[in-house]
Design a protein around this ligand. Structure first.
Ligand code: V47
Ligand code: SF4
Length: 385
């Protein structure tokens, strides 16, 4: 990990760097925010080595070599969905529900009970938007999970699921979010954001909640004292400007509320969906994107690489490109990415495997809870400082 004292811009001056890039290096050195135009310039001209050095510098300043993970599992109530996002390999329309799954309350509670006595700290609930699984059903699920295991953090429902279930229950977003919080919801995952810009959103997922609706749900959650994550689905038809526009909208909301825990870029995977004709991004493009996210999103403390989607080797490489979080152990409880062609067909990592991945690149593995409170720091003395 690069130390604070290293004069980054000095190093790059000697390397005869583009003037605009040099100015960005100076800003990073001085912990200043970069503009949208500078963000686009990084995509156009930034080489992986340059971007990695800047992103590493920022991650080092924020986290001093620590890389976080948590012990979690997923509940995916259903893959039946009223929406038809073109990139989705996972969902089935209601009329084809015999090809999908619909878990009952008891089946979902059985998943929770399976972890009795195991040191998991979070359940992540996410799925399709089923026309018959309604608001009250999910309130009951949350209440029952809370009653069974009060200390298990309940992170649930993308803004897409929330928008649909709350509107269908004829509640305002604020009323709905309050009721879910009372039932036991504690934070929101970051899904459903995709790309906010309408030129892209209308092409890839026209029928679900738009950018303002997504941002409003997260803002409402933050105002109620809940935290949330934010994602960006990249590597399909979007241009550099759309990525920066997306990150900029998130950066603005974070300035206002401070309620986002982390930013998670999600790499588009092309198997079994209506966008299979698009080639997937290369590892170099992935690494550049993570680094630029770290540089641009200056008010997000945490940048997460979701290893089931990226694959564990690329996820490990992102740790040298600004990433400080590898999500969790997951225990083979998600199907979203394996159905879209990700390498990880049975996503599960033991704590030991996660620690080995982190230590192999000279970082300190730290188990965290959902809100990034540290639970256990592993073998700190071996980290590169
Ligand atoms: O919104 C769907 C993405 C998201 C594909 O908050 C795809 O901790 C790539 O948001 N290729 C849902 N991505 C999952 C999600 C998530 C995952 C892990 C952690 C957290 C968190 C949130 O999955 C969707 C969409 O952007 N997705 N299909 C695909 N073919
Ligand atoms: Fe439904 Fe989500 Fe798939 Fe879109 S991405 S079709 S909202 S499950």
């Amino acid at each position: 990990m690069m130390s604070k004292e290293l004069n980054l811009s000095g190093v790059f001056k000697q390397a005869n760097l583009d003037k605009g890039l040099l100015e960005i290096a100076e800003k990073v050195q001085n912990a200043e925010r970069i503009t949208e135009e500078e963000g686009v310039l990084l995509f156009e001209k930034g080489e992986p080595g340059f971007l990695g050095a800047l992103a590493n510098h920022i991650a080092g300043r924020l986290h001093h070599g620590k890389v976080y993970f948590n012990r979690n599992f997923h509940i995916e109530p259903t893959n039946v969905c009223v929406f038809t996002c073109n990139f989705c390999s996972y969902s089935r329309l209601y009329k084809h529900r015999d090809e999908g799954w619909e878990l009952s309350m008891e089946q979902m509670l059985d998943i929770v009970r399976k972890y009795d006595g195991q040191p998991v700290t979070e359940v992540h609930i996410v799925g399709g938007v089923h026309p018959k699984m309604n608001f009250e059903f999910f309130c009951e699920l949350l209440t029952k999970i809370k009653a069974h295991r009060p200390g298990l953090h309940r992170k649930g429902f993308t803004a897409v699921e929330l928008d649909y279930m709350i509107r269908k229950a004829k509640l305002t977003i604020e009323e709905g979010m309050k009721r879910l919080q009372e039932a036991g919801l504690q934070s929101l995952p970051g899904g459903g954001a995709e790309i906010f810009h309408p030129d892209v959103r209308n092409e890839i997922c026209a029928d679900k909640v738009d950018a303002d609706g997504w941002l409003n749900i997260h803002e409402t959650a933050h105002n109620l004292g809940m935290h949330s994550n934010a994602t960006m689905l990249y590597g399909h038809i979007e241009k550099y400007e759309h990525r920066i526009d997306h990150m900029s909208r998130l950066r603005q909301l974070q300035d206002k509320t401070g309620g986002f825990n982390c930013f998670i870029p999600l790499k588009f995977r092309n198997k079994g969906n209506d966008m299979s004709y698009i080639k997937e991004s290369t590892v170099v493009e992935d690494l550049r994107l993570y680094a630029i996210s770290r540089i641009f999103m200056d008010n997000f403390r945490n940048l997460k690489a979701y290893w089931p989607m990226l694959g564990r080797q690329t996820a490990q490489l992102t740790l040298s490109f600004g990433v400080n979080d590898l999500d969790g152990t997951i225990d083979d409880t998600t199907k979203i990415y394996s159905m879209a062609g990700a390498e990880e067909q049975k996503p599960s990592l033991s704590t030991e495997e996660l620690c080995d991945m982190i230590e192999a690149v000279g970082r300190i593995p730290v188990e965290r809870d959902t809100l990034y409170n540290e639970i256990k720091v592993y073998k700190a003395e071996q980290a590169v400082s």
